[in-house]
Design a protein around this ligand. Sequence first.
Ligand code: PMT
Length: 330
Amino acid sequence: MDVHGQQKAQEALDVEIKSFFDSAPPLRNIENVSEDLKKFIEMNSSGTRSARKVVCVTSGGTTVPLEQRCVRYIDNFSSGHRGAASTEYFLKAGYLVIFLYRKGTCQPYCSLLPDYPFLECFEFTHESGIQVRQPYSEAVKWAISEHHAAVADGTLLKLPFTTIFEYLQILHMVATSLRSLGPNALFYLAAAVSDFYVPWESMAEHKIQSGSGPLDMRLVQVPKMLSVLRSEWAPTAYCISFKLETDVKILLEKANAALKKYKMHMVIANELLTRKEEVTLVTDNENIHVRRDPKQVGDEVEKHIIEHIVEKHSTYVDNLDQKVSRDTGS
Ligand code: PMT
């Protein structure tokens, strides 16, 4: 595409993005989100913590409501395991983490707990107190101590979303808040984001009646925010997006195309059935194939993914710092 064509495409995208945000219902707890973000960034940019890196991990799938007083919605598949496990490894590597997650999906440090932890893990004592049942005592102790340490330490901020409107509005707030951190900010966009939505103003207010026969509904394309994230929201942050496919034959080709089209620093390519075993980290100059070691008990692919990312991000920060020093002659 020539320069004129690119300019036209950018203008069209800007219009779509504006229309998406203009039509979105206002975020219900916007003051709380903004206050939590402000406190998190202030707390972590004072004193000795100023050079610490911050990652925004997005996790879980977004929903598309079909009615304003929502009874039905379209959902995007994601258990949230990737985001939750990655958060643990980023914290371990010394990052501060903003965990932007879908309500009800996997949480950091909870992977060893059963699905209904309160009912399964606890029992009454003789004195009607509550205690952890023996088989779960180690898992519960670990989950509580790691989670409390991260939250009390101010290194983990959790922000929940459900709909595509909430997700993109909060992502926008996070990205613009992290802009001041320059290359020390990292985006790890593992959430499964809806590709189509019903604009708020054209959405039925009340429950759609099934008696009216087959449902005929027009969904509008959700504008890809990746390019504005790179160009406007946080232009010097290191950005990683994901590519999920079910057909492995087209996976790397699609990941490469996304890398170029959205100017990502890395695209993590995964196939639905093998996503917990292996992924490929696609960058400008190499493809790194990452596998978990099945012989090592408890080994997770996320551990290896984060090791590579920490190294790449570090190089990126050093290179930008050197460039700034050269440009300013300092
Ligand atoms: O949660 P798990 O069960 O552990 O599974 C993890 C995962 C498979 C969900 C995760 O590893 C993953 O691949 N997440 C991205 C899934 C996805 O939405 O892929 P996509 O090809 O539709 O989108 C690619 C990228 O574009 C994503 O990084 C997404 O954040 C972004 N996107 C997508 C749509 C849209 N309208 N705007 C976007 O910015």
